[in-house]
Design a protein around this ligand. Sequence first.
Ligand SMILES: Cc1ncc(COP(=O)(O)O)c(C=O)c1O
Length: 392
Amino acid sequence: MAKRETVRVAERVKTLPPYLFARIDQLRNEARRKGVDVIDLGVGDPDEPTPAPIVAAMQRAAADPANHKYPAYEGSFAFRKSCADYLKKRLGAALDPASEILALIGSKEGIGHLPLAFVDPGDLVLVPDPGYPVYAIATRFCGGEPHFMPLRAENGFMPDLSRVPAKAWNRAKILWLNYPNNPTGARATREFFLEAIRLCAKYGVLLAHDAAYFEIYAGRERPLSILELPGGREVGVEFYSFSKTFNMTGWRIGFAAGQAAAINALGRVKNNLDSGAFTAVQQATVAGNARLAALIGPIRRLYAGRRKETVKAMQRAGFDVFDAGATFYIWTRTPAGSTSAEFAMRALAKAGVVVTPGTGFGPSGEGYFRVALCAPQARILEGVRRLAAVRG
Ligand SMILES: Cc1ncc(COP(=O)(O)O)c(C=O)c1O
């Protein structure tokens, strides 16, 4: 008789593709163990520290025994009020901290849990391709089916919503959008967002907008939010993250804002799965929000400078780059004759440079790779020189 396995994991885990960045980390670490001087332009994790006033506020908050207890599930009122004040200042939109804002343990947590609040087995979720992998995976965890919407250069990397069939709209529960966009760096236009809002209202679909890179852009013109557009708050929820805004990826803090019934549904899922974000981290973030302009200015300028220099160097080296001036990514065509995976593997094996293959974000990422500007400028430029040498 065949030996019975002692643990039998679920199909959803067995069929899970390896988490892209975990696999890339593994290859990078292997190269480093072999002594290669690896330049990591792969994962989007800021290389600069969290600003000092936030760290100082954290030190104080961590020492306060009142913060050693379970946090409030939905986030402290002070934190939610600070997020509402932030939205008022940035968008001019007045949201109710009690019913329209929810603290998240990083925006990934909220993005991952949202389908549990909306998706039943057999439902569709409209997902951008290429896109942040969590939208599709979390949909599948709930028995839902992602309906992929290709992002193409000729449409400025915005999905052509008119090509989503009415049948798909009728079965859909959530439309995921993400601008400024990972991985392409694209910004959405007002017309595009208005069309998304109109279609979501027509078909009763939740518009979930991932605004994790809202504060990371070059130039004066900030990206748009659905919460500032007519009808946006009636159909939509927006996911904000302090990870990139304040170089706080390790702290795990973000928030969701928008349609009260959706915020309530997500909050009810979370109440049953987690117990909220560490109150001290929330207090430190409030301190950051209070100094928003002073803290974000240098961070934004740093990436804008790196972007300008890197785009110039890549173009000089003959790379075809897409530059809409937002996020800290540069979406680039792979050299003719190389697939995304081939070029990324060649870059690591022959040049010691980690880049992310476009197909890691979905099949429509074929023919592209992503460069993250999360290393000192000199290292990025050295990385570009090495990439140029293996263009082939
Ligand atoms: C598009 C996008 N959304 C959300 C996140 C999650 O960010 P966090 O959980 O750190 O807030 C990331 C992280 O890289 C991202 O790229």
